[in-house]
Design a protein around this ligand. Sequence first.
Ligand code: NAP
Length: 284
Amino acid sequence: MKIAVTSVSGQLGASIAKALIQEIGKENVIGIARTPEKAKDLGVEVRKGDYNSREDFDAALKGVDKLLLVSGMDHPQKRIQQHRNVIEAAKLNGIQKIVYTSIVGDEKNTAFSPVVQSNRQTEQDVRNAGLQWIIGRNGIYIEPDLEYMDTYEKEGRITNCAADGKCTYTSREELGFAYAQLLLNDGLNGQTLNLVGEAITQTQLAEYINQVYKTNLKYTTVSVEDYKKERQAALGEFLGTIIAGIYEGIRHGANEVVSDYEKAAGRPHKSPLTMIDNYHKKLS
Ligand SMILES: NC(=O)c1ccc[n+]([C@@H]2O[C@H](COP(=O)([O-])OP(=O)(O)OC[C@H]3O[C@@H](n4cnc5c(N)ncnc54)[C@H](OP(=O)(O)O)[C@@H]3O)[C@@H](O)[C@H]2O)c1
């Protein structure tokens, strides 16, 4: 049984590949990456695969039985065709099963919705491919929030436009474990699953961070418009708009969804406090 993971040079792809290696050994895992040399440390065979190239994937998927497709990073409209290149190559190569990493989020009303919609289109393309499939809808990763700790500490607060909305944070490590199980176990084939943790507000997030980091952060909410302007100035138009749209969705409840994590992974999702503590321990 050979299982391939795309975007294996990225953090989610690498986490899934590591979890799979634990289960089936390095010799049965194939990494696929746009930049193969970045994935050398995994110690598995790495093949070239740029989502823009159907030819890359026609070759990269030879001899592969199951495929994990990590969603791309490009502009939403470009992603649909990029993912289709992979799906078509999977069909050509007679792959048995495809597992796709999609996203939880508001499909219509926020600046993040075009990204969610492009993920929904790929979900449809995966379902229509005629292969066995599972779709995971990922919660928001907690790690990027924690990467902002220096800023939070400097300002003494976490500021965004989520207000009292709840977010079901997950982590790349939790997702890696769940996706390995979904690739190996066929009992959940044909299902779309929310891979998310416990729903918490930003105020609760600040409290958990304070416990672990021994800080005294407060949470402050701002308007969606102000937050969007601030994020665009800090991160540029494309990424700033997406990030503001994510918090806008949290504000309106789009991320407070029922979790299928335990069903997918066979064990409960780690609590937000544990995820923050694990991240903190890794850094120190
Ligand atoms: N749930 C969330 O909170 C959340 C947050 C951010 C993103 N996401 C989604 O989750 C995905 C994985 O996240 P991550 O944390 O692993 O991101 P990451 O660490 O930034 O990695 C991104 C990966 O995408 C690859 N990539 C970019 N363009 C590609 C292309 N044209 N063809 C093939 N590979 C390409 C990169 O390859 P190179 O090494 O060659 O650059 C890299 O491996 C993202 O792509 C995005 O769709 C989810």
